[in-house]
Design a protein around this ligand. Structure first.
Ligand code: ADP
Ligand code: MG
Ligand code: MG
Length: 884
C-alpha cells in the first residue's frame, strides 16, 4: 500500500523530518521541530504525492486514503485525549487544515482553523475550557474561514455581519464582543452560508475535514497558484501537501496570544529578533491588519516609539522561552527563520518555521554575519545569496539631498525607492505596466489576489498592515520597495484616488515611495547610484576568489562601460557598433553610405564616419584600460538605418541631396522579406568590404591612440562558413598592417567570430582555423536553432512555458538541451583544432544564473552580461564553480 499519511508530534515521527519534496515545506519543518523536541501540536501530513491523486480522482480520493487519514485522526485523539467531532464526551478535538507545498506559495488555500466545531462540540468546548466567549469566538471564526476558503462564500459578507454586531453593541474591537454576541454572530454566519450556497453549513466533523482536504488539493490548480508558479518557475507537478494539526488556542484570554517572528531583521539583516504578536487572538489576526499588532521586543517597541507593551514586557517567561527557541532553530537550520507561534494560557506552541524571506540587503548581511559567527562557511555564504536578488541593491536610491514633498508616512516595510503612477487595483497595475508605464500599486491592504499587480508595480503602498503584513512579506520576497500601514491615507477604490492631508492623489498621479524610511512623496524624487561597499563588497570579494569564469559586459556607451567597470566587469564581451551609427549627427553619413550607388560613393561617406567611430572606440578603450574589448563589426540589415515613412524619406532626400524618387527606389531595393535571415552580419562585409575596413581602421587607430593598450578583439558576426571568416579576417589583418605601418607602432589584437548559427556550431572545427576566439551569440543562436523569432515569440511562448514544453523562456534562460548542445559541440570541435581558442558567451543568457552554470560546465572562459547584471554574473559564476 502506498503511504500517503505521515504523523508528527506526540512522540510520533513517520516522515523523514525535513523531506520537503514529500511532506511539503510546512509539514517537513513541523516534523523536524517536533523531532528536535520543540513544543509542536501533534498532527499528520497528507503527502504531496496525494495531490496528483486528487487531480485524478477528485473527491473520490477518500477511497484511497480514508483509512490512513482515520489512523492520523486516531493519533491526534490519542495524544490529546480529545475526540474528533464527538459532542459531550470531554473536550472536542479541533484541528487546523493547512496547505503546504515544497516552497511556500502565497497562492495556495488559506488555512482553516477550529475545524470540528458544530453546535454540540462548541458547547463542549465552552464547558471544558470554562470560557464560553472563547468557544463561540472560535466557532464563528471557523464558519467564516471554512465558508470563505472551502465553500467559496464571499468573506466580505461575514465581515459586514461582524461590523454590524460591533455597531449594535457600540464597540470597536472584536475582543469587546461577549459570548452571547458571538453566539448570535455564529447563527447569523450559518444563515449567510445557507443563503449563499443553498445548503446547511456542514456539522459533521469528517465531512468538514474532507471538504477542507479537497479544497487544499484543489487550490494547487487555482489561477492564483498557477500565476505564482509561472512567475517563480515552480513546476506544476510538485503538488501540495495537506497538514492536519490539533488546534492550540491563542484566543483563550489575556495569557494567550499569537504571533509571527523572524530570528533576524528581514529588511536589513540586523541580528535582532523581529516580530509582532497579539494578545487573545488567533491565527492570522496579526497579519490581517484587524487590530494593530504589538512589537515582540522592548527594544523594537522603544525604537518605534510605540506605547502598546511588547511581548518581552507582558509575557517575560514565555518570551524568554521563545527567544531560546529562536536561537535553537537558527542553529539547527543554520539560517534566519520565519516563525509562527501561539501561546495558549502561558504555554508556548510552535506552529511553523521556515527560512525567512528577506531583502537582498538583509540576505547579504545575514550571510556575511553568519559566516563571521562561524555558523556557516564562506562557501555557504556565497551559495546562500540568490544572484537575481542582487539586482535590488544595484539600482538607485533616493538622492538624500533632493527635495521631498512628503505627504504621508507609513512603515518601512521593504527597502528601496520606487516612483510611478498611482494605481488602485492589481489589474490596472498589470495593464499599465504592459503599456510601458511605471506604477505604484496603492491598496488599503493586499491579499494573494493582488500578486500579479504587485509583480507589475515598481513599488507597493498600503494604508493598513504591519511589517509582517501580506504586502510587506510579499514585497520583500519580490524585491519591490514597500511602504505599509500608512494609516493617514484615505483610499477610495471607487473614485480611484486617495486623500491625505489636503492632497488628492488621483489614479495616474506620479508618486514616490521610500521603503527604507516609510515616506510617501508627491512627484518624482531624483535618485543616486548605490555604493557597492560593506557586506556587498565583502561577499563579492569572497565570490571572486571562487570563480573560474571571467565576467565581461555588453556595453557600448561610455556610461554603460563605466557602470560595468564599477560593478567589476573584466572587459567587454560585446560592443555593438551599430548603436553608434544611430546618433543624430552620424546617421546622415550612414544613410549617404547606404544610398551610394557605387563603392566610391560609399567610401566617401565612410571616410566621414571614421573619425567619430575612432573617437568612440578610443573612449571605450580608455575606460577599459588594458582589458579585452570585443568589438562586433556591423551586424544589422542596412535598411534599419533608412527612413521609412514618406515624411522621413522626404526629409532625408533633401538633407542628403538626392532626388526623392531615387531615395524611394533605394529604400525599396533594400527591403527584405525576412531581415533576420537576410543581408546582414558578415554578409555585409563580404558584399561591402569597405564598411568593415573602415571599422577595423577605426579600431586600430583608436587602440594606438590610448596609453594603456587595450586588447581589441575584432568580432565577425553571423559567420556560417570558414570561407566567410577567412575573407574578412584577411581584410582585417591587411587593415591592421596598414595602420601599424602608417603609425610605426603595433598593438596585439585578435580576430574571432560570433557563433550564432547552427551550421557554425557544427563546422566549428573548420571555422576555428580562422578564429582566435568564439563568442556564442545565444540570442540569435536560440532563434536560429529553435526556428523561433524572438520578436514574434510573445504570442506563444507563455503558453509553451505554461504547458511545460519549455521549462523557462529560452530567450531568458538557455535551452540547455538544444542550444546548449550546439554550444558544447562547437566548444569541443573548436578547441580540438585550436586548444587555446578563447570561448565566451555574449547573449542575454550571459547574465542568467542558470545559463552561467551551464557555461561553467562546458568550460567557457568568460560570460558577458549587461552592466547591471555583472555582479549577478560574478556571484553566479562563483556559485557554479562551488557547485561543480
Ligand atoms: P500560511 O501558509 O498562510 O502561513 P498557516 O498554515 O501557517 O498558513 O496558518 C496560518 C496561521 O494559522 C498560523 O500562523 C497559526 O497562527 C494558525 N494556525 C495554524 N494551525 C494552527 C493550530 N494547529 N493551532 C493554532 N493555530 C494554528
Ligand atoms: Mg496564508
Ligand atoms: Mg504560516
Amino acid at each position: 500500500m502506498t503511504r500517503y499519511v505521515y504523523r508528527f508530534g506526540g512522540g510520533a515521527s513517520d516522515g523523514e523530518a525535513g523531506n520537503k519534496n514529500l511532506l511539503g515545506g510546512k509539514g517537513a519543518n513541523l516534523a523536524e521541530m517536533a523531532s528536535i523536541g520543540l513544543p509542536v501540536p501533534p498532527g499528520f501530513t497528507i503527502a504531496t504525492t496525494a495531490c496528483a491523486l486528487y487531480d485524478e480522482l477528485g473527491e473520490d480520493i477518500d477511497t484511497v486514503i480514508a483509512t490512513q487519514v482515520a489512523d492520523g485522526i486516531a493519533h491526534l485523539e490519542k495524544v490529546t485525549g480529545k475526540r474528533f467531532g464527538e459532542p459531550g464526551s470531554g473536550a472536542p478535538l479541533l484541528v487546523s487544515v493547512r496547505s503546504g507545498a515544497r516552497v511556500s506559495m502565497p497562492g495556495m488555500m488559506d488555512t482553516v482553523l477550529n475545524l470540528g466545531l458544530n453546535p454540540w462540540t462548541v458547547e463542549a468546548l465552552a464547558d471544558t475550557s470554562g470560557d464560553e466567549r472563547f468557544a463561540w469566538d472560535s466557532y464563528r471564526r471557523f464558519i467564516q474561514m471554512y465558508a470563505d476558503v472551502v465553500l467559496g462564500v464571499d468573506h466580505g459578507l461575514f465581515e459586514e455581519a461582524l461590523e454590524i454586531a460591533k455597531e449594535d453593541k457600540g464597540v470597536h474591537l472584536d475582543t469587546e464582543l461577549e459570548a452571547i454576541d458571538l453566539e448570535r454572530l455564529a447563527e447569523r454566519y450559518r444563515a449567510i452560508v445557507l443563503e449563499e450556497t443553498g445548503k446547511q453549513f456542514p456539522d459533521d466533523a469528517l465531512e468538514q475535514l474532507w471538504g477542507a482536504i479537497g479544497a487544499v488539493f484543489g487550490s494547487w490548480q487555482s489561477d492564483r497558484a498557477k500565476t505564482y508558479r509561472r512567475i517563480n518557475n515552480i513546476p506544476g507537478d510538485w503538488g501540495t501537501a495537506v497538514n492536519v494539526q490539533a488546534m492550540v488556542f491563542g484566543n483563550m484570554g489575556d495569557t494567550s496570544a499569537t504571533g509571527v517572528a523572524f530570528t533576524r531583521d528581514p529588511s536589513n539583516g540586523e541580528r535582532a529578533y523581529y516580530g509582532e504578536y497579539l494578545i487573545n487572538a488567533q491565527g492570522e489576526d496579526v497579519v490581517a491588519g484587524i487590530r494593530t499588532p504589538q512589537y515582540l521586543t522592548r527594544a523594537a517597541r522603544e525604537k518605534a516609539g510605540a506605547r502598546a507593551a511588547s511581548m518581552e514586557e507582558t509575557m517575560p517567561v514565555v518570551f524568554a522561552e521563545l527567544a531560546r527557541v529562536f536561537d535553537l532553530l537558527e542553529r539547527h537550520y543554520r539560517d534566519m527563520q520565519d516563525i509562527e507561534f501561539t501561546v495558549e494560557r502561558g504555554q508556548l506552541w510552535m506552529l511553523q518555521t521556515r527560512s525567512g524571506k528577506r531583502t537582498a540587503k538583509a540576505s547579504l548581511r545575514i550571510a556575511v554575519d553568519m559566516a563571521n559567527e562561524g555558523l556557516i562557511t564562506q562557501d555557504e555564504a556565497i551559495l546562500r545569496i540568490d544572484p537575481a536578488q542582487l539586482d535590488q541593491l544595484l539600482h538607485p536610491t533616493l538622492d538624500p539631498t533632493a527635495e521631498r514633498r512628503v505627504i504621508a508616512k507609513g512603515l518601512p516595510a521593504s527597502p528601496g525607492a520606487a516612483c510611478g503612477k498611482a494605481v488602485f487595483d492589481a489589474d490596472t497595475a498589470e495593464a499599465w505596466k504592459q503599456a510601458g508605464e511605471k506604477v505604484i500599486l496603492v491598496r488599503v491592504e493586499t491579499s494573494p489576489e493582488d500578486i500579479h499587480g504587485m509583480h507589475a508595480a515598481e513599488g507597493i503602498l498600503t494604508a493598513r498592515g504591519g511589517m509582517t503584513s501580506h504586502a510587506a512579506v510579499v514585497a520583500r520576497g519580490m524585491g519591490r520597495p514597500c511602504v505599509s500601514g500608512a494609516g493617514s491615507l484615505a483610499i477610495d477604490y471607487k473614485a480611484r484616488s486617495l486623500r491625505v492631508g489636503g492632497h488628492e492623489v488621483a489614479q495616474g498621479t506620479i508618486i514616490t515611495i521610500d521603503g527604507t524610511t516609510g515616506e510617501v512623496m508627491l512627484g518624482e524624487v531624483p535618485t543616486v547610484q548605490p555604493e557597492l561597499v560593506g557586506d556587498f563588497g565583502t561577499l563579492m570579494a569572497w565570490a571572486d576568489t571562487k570563480r573560474r569564469l571571467k565576467v565581461r559586459t555588453n556595453a557600448e556607451t561610455p556610461l554603460d562601460c563605466r557602470t560595468a567597470r564599477e560593478f567589476g566587469a573584466e572587459g567587454i564581451g560585446l560592443c555593438r557598433t551599430e548603436h553608434m551609427f544611430f546618433d543624430a549627427e552620424r546617421i546622415m553619413n550612414v544613410r549617404r553610405m547606404i544610398l551610394a550607388e557605387d563603392e566610391a560613393g560609399r567610401r566617401a561617406a565612410l571616410a566621414d564616419l571614421l573619425p567619430a567611430q575612432r573617437g568612440d572606440f578610443a573612449e571605450i578603450f580608455r575606460i577599459m584600460a588594458g582589458l579585452p574589448v570585443t568589438i562586433r563589426l556591423l551586424d544589422p540589415p542596412l535598411h534599419e538605418f533608412l527612413p521609412h515613412t514618406d515624411e522621413e524619406i522626404a526629409e532625408v532626400a533633401e538633407a542628403a541631396g538626392v532626388a526623392l524618387e531615387t531615395l524611394k527606389r533605394r529604400v525599396g531595393e533594400l527591403h527584405e522579406f525576412n531581415p533576420m535571415l537576410g543581408h546582414r552580419g558578415c554578409r555585409l562585409g563580404i558584399t561591402y568590404p569597405e564598411i568593415y575596413e573602415m571599422q577595423a581602421r577605426a579600431i586600430f587607430e583608436a587602440a594606438l591612440e590610448v596609453d594603456e593598450a587595450p586588447i581589441p578583439e575584432v568580432m565577425v558576426p553571423l559567420v556560417a562558413t570558414r570561407a566567410e571568416l577567412a575573407i574578412i579576417r584577411a581584410l582585417i589583418e591587411q587593415t591592421a598592417e596598414a595602420v601599424f605601418a602608417e603609425r610605426g607602432k603595433r598593438v596585439d589584437y585578435l580576430v574571432g567570430t560570433m557563433i550564432e548559427l547552427p551550421r557554425a556550431c557544427l563546422a566549428a572545427g573548420e571555422i576555428a582555423k580562422e578564429a582566435a576566439f568564439f563568442s556564442f551569440g545565444t540570442n540569435d543562436l536560440t532563434q536560429t536553432a529553435l526556428g523561433v523569432s524572438r520578436d514574434d515569440a510573445g504570442r506563444f511562448l507563455t503558453t509553451y512555458v505554461e504547458k511545460g514544453i519549455f521549462a523557462r523562456d529560452p530567450f531568458v534562460s538557455l535551452d540547455v538541451e538544444g542550444v546548449g548542445e550546439l554550444i558544447a559541440i562547437a566548444a569541443e570541435r573548436g578547441t580540438l583544432v585550436k586548444p587555446d581558442l578563447k570561448l565566451g558567451i555574449c547573449g542575454e543568457h550571459g547574465g542568467d544564473p542558470a545559463s552561467i552554470a551551464f557555461c561553467e560546465k562546458v568550460g567557457l572562459d568568460y560570460v558577458s552580461a549587461s552592466p547591471y547584471r555583472v555582479p549577478i554574473a560574478r556571484l553566479a559564476a562563483a556559485q557554479a564553480a562551488l557547485r561543480k
